[in-house]
Design a protein around this ligand. Structure first.
Ligand code: MOS
Length: 695
């Protein structure tokens, strides 16, 4: 049997997915459905001067052209809705102002998708001109303090300035990462269906309860009147963690049209109005003694945000938590650009931050003539350096040891360019991975049916990560029954409330709630309860009072990899990556392995391919489609050998699991950049590492 916690149980939702019986948001059948297409601005700033709705309204099949001239007026205080990640400052056709190129400015509804698409393309809009900031370099002339969703924008301990001034060895570098876009295979999309004053939304989301709260607050209706359903999410990666404009626009259009409306974003529409990872510029200074011990680190970060919301990529996090040093200073600022507001993207902060810190550590290792693994062991943080708390559990030393051995790191000749094989320049690099452990309050219910099967429910989400599967395993093990007796249902605001499936927290939050519900049901059964019998369970979030928290909670990993670079063409291949993680208990060896591998594949994309290019004249993302925004395909990925150390972090939660959704991408770009340096002697400090930078 493969049904106990940790076993490699094959996805329980697999058969439904491959046979087309797993409905995604766009696939729900609703009678009398009509189709909406969102229209976006073609200028980055200014105001709409005229919009020719009347001509489009006369086109075949058109039912509604909704613009700022006729959109329902919304209660002002509700807009922007609840706190991120549930709600953002969005574009709801309340005024003529345009704030970025690609901002939603109208919705066209027609009988068929083809009619709506044609009509949307025919909508003529003219604009009054205005200045826009479209160049990150220019935007930096005016910096503002960053508002952080995680961590503090400024942090100081010890005296970094003095320690750096007297440090024996110093690395002082600027690292840059570009705009990156999430690109889940399933686009964002919503079906809105009103029955009287009750609204049902079928939405592609990471957070059904967040959609409900945001929509109810924005439209000024009671949360009980809104039901949100999302049984399957075709990838999220952070962009589906917030409720963006199109969700409310779909509900508004459905109300106005008096019909259920389906609004699915076209692929190019996902470059702008639904978030991106912002550019990061990280000025990092490391100071060390000759023996490799770090004495101080300073990190000055600038990331651009939109002109209407202050969202900052928390890239300083790794500096706060990865290595031990007595003096530190981080300072994060934002600049303003006419872009859609950036957002969480897989491992926000750690993904960009580890590129800078782990590249700089490699540079320091070369400056010291020391093995980069040795340098990391010397500076290993035995407690959380930012607050002195002990870790709930940390097995990073074991990760380094295991991955280095499996990779064969001891055979490396550290000299750049020394491992050439024919026309291939071969390089070996390493880096550390890290991501914090999060959990929040979650609820679940467990029901014993008359036929002896069990129904478990929680209003959580499965982004393709394996929530259905691991929750079924937790229930089967807790109840002591075969997993085939378990049916787990999720993705409905009618089910017990669960948090956003973000921050890698679903397993660590919902898993314990499922366990609690099953234990409560067992208790009722033991007391003689007869089917049908239902019990509720709840897992607590972290204590509100910071001081009550005894432990620092974070996951780690060690990455080793090889690159091969064509000496004439600069073409870069990544034939092999070896990684070992310390993430607490892994609840399913098969879906867990897939999470790590998927993260590493994305890390290869971040290292070598991904870059959203903004046209400096128009503010459009010029490669806003999957043909030109490059991500790795099978041929770009070599062997990936992941493992994890045995660990059971019961200080963190009673399942011992810290969650694994995001850590896989962290450290990968630095590991590859470090391997590229080892192969070529060229240090690339701005991603992606494309071949023009190597020639
Ligand atoms: Mo993740 S970027 O917190 O959805």
């Amino acid at each position: 049997m493969n049904d106990r916690i940790g076993d490699p149980l094959t996805r329980v939702d697999g058969p439904a997915k491959v046979t087309g019986r797993a409905p995604y948001a766009a696939e729900f059948e609703v009678p009398n459905l009509c189709h909406a297409v969102m229209v976006r601005s073609t200028v980055p700033a200014g105001a709409i001067a005229s919009i020719d709705s009347a001509a489009v309204k006369r086109m075949p099949g058109v039912l509604l052209v909704m613009t700022h001239e006729n959109a329902p007026k919304l209660p002002k205080e509700g807009r922007g809705a609840v706190n991120p990640p549930a709600g953002r400052e969005v574009s709801l056709l309340q005024e003529a102002t345009v704030r970025y190129n690609g901002e939603p400015i109208a919705v066209v509804v027609a009988e068929t998708l083809e009619q709506a698409t044609e009509a949307a393309a025919a909508l003529l809009v003219s604009y009054g001109p205005a200045d826009a900031v479209l160049d990150f370099e220019k935007s930096k002339q005016k910096l503002e303090p960053a508002k952080m969703t995680r961590g503090e924008p400024q942090k100081k301990w010890g005296d970094a300035q003095a320690a750096l001034a007297s440090a024996a060895v110093k690395i002082d570098r600027v690292y840059r990462t570009p705009f990156e876009f999430h690109n889940p295979m399933e686009p964002h999309g919503t079906i809105a269906h009103w029955k009287g004053d009750e609204l049902t939304l079928y939405d592609a989301t990471q957070y059904v309860d967040g959609v409900r709260n945001t929509v109810s607050k924005t439209l000024g209706i009671a949360p009980e009147k809104v039901r949100v359903v999302c049984q399957y999410t075709g990838g999220g990666f952070g962009c589906k963690g917030s409720t963006w404009s199109h969700v409310m626009l779909c509900a508004m259009a459905a109300k106005k049209a008096g019909r259920p409306v389906k609004l699915i974003l076209q692929r190019p529409q996902m470059f702008g109005p639904v978030g991106a990872r912002p550019i990061t510029e990280q000025h990092l200074v490391l100071g060390a003694r000759r023996d490799g011990k770090l004495v101080a680190v300073r990190d000055e970060i600038v990331t651009p945000t939109s002109i209407f919301e202050n969202w900052a990529e928390p890239a300083g996090q790794p500096v706060h938590s990865l290595y031990a040093y007595p003096n530190g200073a981080t300072d994060q600022k934002v600049s303003r650009m006419n872009i859609g507001t950036p957002t969480f993207m897989r491992a926000p902060g750690e993904c960009t931050g580890t590129f800078a810190l782990e590249s700089a550590m490699d540079e320091l290792a070369y400056a010291l003539d020391m093995d980069p693994l040795q340098l990391r062991l010397i500076n290993h943080a035995d407690v959380d350096p930012s607050n002195g708390k002990p870790w709930s559990s940390k097995k990073l030393r074991e990760c380094y040891e295991d991955a280095a051995r499996r990779f064969g790191w001891s055979k490396r000749n550290p000299k750049p360019g020394s491992m050439r094989e024919g026309n291939w320049l071969v390089g070996w690099g390493m880096a550390t991975a890290t991501y914090p452990a999060h959990r929040m309050e979650a609820k679940a219910s467990a029901t014993l049916n008359a036929d002896g099967t069990y129904l478990i429910r929680s209003g959580t989400q499965d982004l393709g990560t394996g929530t259905y599967t691991i929750c079924s395993q937790v229930a089967a093990e807790t109840l002591g029954v075969d997993v085939r007796k378990i049916r787990f249902e999720l993705g409905d605001t009618r089910y017990p409330k669960a948090p956003v499936s973000g921050g890698s927290m679903t397993a660590a939050s919902v898993g314990p709630a499922v366990r609690a519900a099953c234990l409560a049901l067992k208790d009722k059964m033991a007391k003689g309860g007869k089917a049908p019998l239902t019990a509720e369970g709840k897992a607590e979030g972290p204590p509100q009072d910071e001081a009550q928290q005894k432990y620092a909670e974070r996951s780690f990993g060690a990455l080793f990899g090889e690159v091969r670079i064509d000496a004439d063409l600069g073409m870069i291949r990544v034939p092999r990556v070896v990684a070992t993680y310390s993430v607490g208990r892994v609840l399913n060896a098969k879906t867990g392995k897939s999470q790590f591998e998927g993260g590493i594949v994305w890390g290869i994309g971040q290292a070598l391919m991904e870059e959203g290019v903004l046209d400096k004249r128009t503010g459009r993302v010029v490669n806003g489609n999957l043909a030109e925004y490059h991500v790795p395909v099978n041929a770009d990925v070599g062997s990936i050998e992941v493992a994890w150390v045995e660990e059971n972090d019961t200080e963190f939660n009673d399942l011992g699991a810290r969650g694994i959704g995001e850590i896989g991408i962290t450290g990968v770009a630095a590991m590859i950049a470090n391997a590229v340096y080892h192969a070529t002697g060229k240090r690339i400090r701005d991603l992606p590492i494309t071949l023009d930078k190597l020639l």
